[in-house]
Design a binder for this molecule. Structure first.
Ligand code: DHB
Ligand code: MG
Length: 232
């Protein structure tokens, strides 16, 4: 990032945080279980990578708007978004969340239990592409909603697996597609940028998928996500 852009970001970030705090205070109450899940993110292998509260609530609302009862998540960490998703699907719903690290999964399970949703969530530990392949081979019932929020270089593999695990009408959300603006650079040496660009290109190529992407500013800095609707 050039120096002028970096200065602008630095000066803007305080205001973005204040506005997010106001929105969250006004519209997105967190109970102690959500606060605990968010704070325990600090003890995972990727501190502060969880979604912001207002994004967590957006995920929950998208699930509800879509009528989703079966949710698949790539990347659990401490289970902050998992709690939002599990609450959104209700007592009859199921969430399957894929996590690489047993250390993170153990933290998540405590948080899910405290949130009262442990009985409707499976946290499956291991490389997510391998776990997803097992779900495919097991003939798992299609998921209605998928949240892809794990290692970014694997985004194309996670989309491919998601297409084998969803149905027309399913919704797929992919987190962190801005990469501090790096997403516009076709020659980026950053394999996370390349993972995002590759998955967006794949979405654009796939006639079964309709999509948009939004950049966001707020408590997580400059970020963004893609929303994909499977039409066929
Ligand atoms: C990163 C990953 C995330 O899922 C996130 O929400 C924030 C940052 C990262 O790879 O840096
Ligand atoms: Mg993320």
């Amino acid at each position: 990032m050039d120096e002028a852009r970096e200065t602008l970001m630095y000066e803007s970030e305080g205001a973005w945080r204040e506005v997010d705090a106001y929105f969250v205070d006004t519209l997105v109450p967190e109970d102690p279980a959500l606060i605990g899940a968010r704070e325990s993110g600090q003890r995972t292998t990727m501190p502060q990578a969880e979604v912001a509260p207002n994004q967590g609530k957006l995920l929950a609302m998208l699930c509800q708007i879509a009528g989703a009862t079966r949710v698949l998540e790539f990347g659990t960490l401490a289970g902050y978004s998992t709690v939002w998703l599990a609450r959104a699907v209700g007592v009859e719903g199921r969430v399957t969340s894929l996590e690489l690290e047993e250390h993170n999964a153990a933290i998540a399970r405590v948080n899910l239990d405290r949130a009262g949703v442990a009985d409707r969530v499976d946290v499956l530990v291991g490389p997510a592409a391998e776990t997803a392949q097992r779900l495919i081979e097991d003939g798992t019932e299609p998921y209605d909603f998928v949240f892809i929020d794990a290692d970014k270089p694997s985004n194309p593999a996670y989309l491919k697996a998601s297409l084998a695990l969803t149905r027309p009408g399913s919704v797929i959300v992919i987190d962190n597609v801005v990469r501090n603006g790096g997403v516009t650079d076709p020659g980026s040496p950053d394999d996370r940028v390349q993972g995002v660009r590759a998955v967006l290109a794949e979405i654009a190529r796939d006639a079964r998928l309709d999509a948009t992407a939004l950049q966001t500013v707020g408590s997580k800095g400059w970020d963004g996500f893609t929303v994909v609707r499977r039409t066929g």
